[in-house]
Design a protein around this ligand. Structure first.
Ligand SMILES: [Zn+2]
Length: 135
């Protein structure tokens, strides 16, 4: 059976769905429960990620950079979903992969601020975040 790419109309996440030629997938987006539609464009290249560096100067289009951006976006979305499933609400989807990897506490994830520096400095910042988030 062929694999079709469906894209969420709400968050832009792409889903690879395997089904027959004469079938349609009518599920929803894994991430946000949004409506997904079959994507007929070039697979994995979002319109928003269209390279600005054209071929007018003889240079190759930067497809690798475009794909890297797409991958980073998907990693952010995966991390966002994982954090949400753990009951943690990240500040946003963008940068979720970074905070998941580097944050030492859920306060850091929720505020979108990863604490770095001296131990005592981190404790001071954590107390500040405590106050802000009221947790
Ligand atoms: Zn979605």
């Amino acid at each position: 059976m062929p694999i079709y790419v469906y894209r969420c109309l709400d968050c832009g996440l792409s889903h690879e769905i395997r089904h027959g030629f004469d079938e349609t997938y009518d599920g929803t987006c894994d991430a946000c429960r949004g409506v997904v539609r079959k994507y007929f464009g070039e697979v994995h290249i979002a319109a928003s990620a269209t390279p600005t560096r054209g071929t007018h100067d003889g240079k190759e289009i930067n497809w690798a950079g475009t794909k890297a951006k797409e991958r980073a976006k998907e990693k952010d979305m995966e991390a966002y979903k994982r954090l949400r499933s753990e009951g943690i609400q990240p500040k946003g989807i963008d940068g979720s992969a970074y905070v998941e990897r580097h944050a030492g506490s859920k306060w850091e994830v929720q505020s979108g601020t990863v604490l770095t520096g001296e131990k005592k400095d981190i404790r001071r910042k954590e107390r500040n975040l405590d106050t802000i988030l009221g947790d």
